[in-house]
Design a protein around this ligand. Sequence first.
Ligand SMILES: Nc1ncnc2c1ncn2[C@@H]1O[C@H](COP(=O)(O)OP(=O)(O)OP(=O)(O)O)[C@@H](O)[C@H]1O
Ligand SMILES: [Mg+2]
Length: 384
Amino acid sequence: MANPFKPSAGSTPPLLVGRDDVLDDFTAALSDGPGAPGRLAFVTGARGVGKTVMLTTLGDIARGEGWEVVDETATRGLIDRLTRSVRAARHDTGVEDKPRTRSFSVGVASLGSVSKEFDLPPADPHDLRIEIGRLLDSPVMADSGLLITVDEIHTIATDELDQLAAITQHLIREGRNIALVMAGIPQAVDQLIADNAQRPRVSTFLRRAEMMVLGKVDEADVAESFLETARRAEREWSADVAAQCAKATRGYPFMIQLVGYHTWRAAGAERISYEHAERGIEVARRKIGQLVHAPALQDLSDVDKTILVAMAQDDGPSRSTDIAKRIGKNTNYVSVYKGRLERAGMIDVLPNGRLAFSTPELREYLVEHAAHFVMNPWTEGQSL
Ligand SMILES: Nc1ncnc2c1ncn2[C@@H]1O[C@H](COP(=O)(O)OP(=O)(O)OP(=O)(O)O)[C@@H](O)[C@H]1O
Ligand SMILES: [Mg+2]
């Protein structure tokens, strides 16, 4: 029996834990018709929280309702690729390129004017708006629409995002059956919204989008998902062991898959036991650093990282005053970064104001790799 867990970026898990509300809201937005708020949405959350998987799932829901879905990653050439995909979707619905003709007059002094008709090439390949309009005009699309998903928004060139914002706004204003769901890490969204002076259209556009903020899920739901996955595969996994595994995930989606996968694997064909769970959890803890924390740290600024390294010196939650002392700054300075790191899903700010790592594995990873960060040129001679 193949291992049902999917511990790799973008892979759809056997069970999507704890996201029913988001899925219900989106389903409602599709049936509520043009202008429903959830049709322009932004999925955000820390690395490994399930943004890409959410886009895939929303796409599946839309397809189930008969919608066309175009999935894209926001690298350069986005608008061009979207145009091609929408055109391909239009061809699939049976709407061919109309041979378009245009007549114009050529004046020849002695003969008066002569009319000539020229065949024009198909619609401008870059004109995404026209393509979408033609797709949605297709009779087979009368009761459905087009969903565009754009992942990794932080990698998009802002001029293309600007174009996409303009096109979508027009289509929404025209009452078209269109939905756009984008995904990105919180820092990217914050930055784009803050960039009001440079790109007012993108900033306003994002501010209007419905934010689907993904976070940790309930540990009880995680335990239930382990049991359900085992039931489906006709494997035995006791409630106690499932609860032990769920606790180790702390409700963190990537950890759900890692713990599930490695526990399943440790058990082989046997009944899943405490020992298997212990082995699985240990492997999962080792792997999460490379898979999630390394890329997450890369997204952060140098000061963000410096603060995390300073936090890792404490055994438990850190006090802002201690962190400020360690980095040679005042507490106001630290509180700005505290907010940023909390938004990025790296830390939790406790009710008493202390800073705690969002997962214990992040602390371990930083302790193990502190030398790497400390020796980087950004810490040497950098004035904070
Ligand atoms: N709700 C969930 N329940 C169980 N597993 C999940 C859930 N959401 C995501 N996962 C699993 O977590 C892992 C990471 O998911 P995904 O790649 O979608 O995260 P992401 O937020 O897009 O990460 P990144 O920011 O690095 O792109 C995958 O293995 C996926 O199967
Ligand atoms: Mg992703």
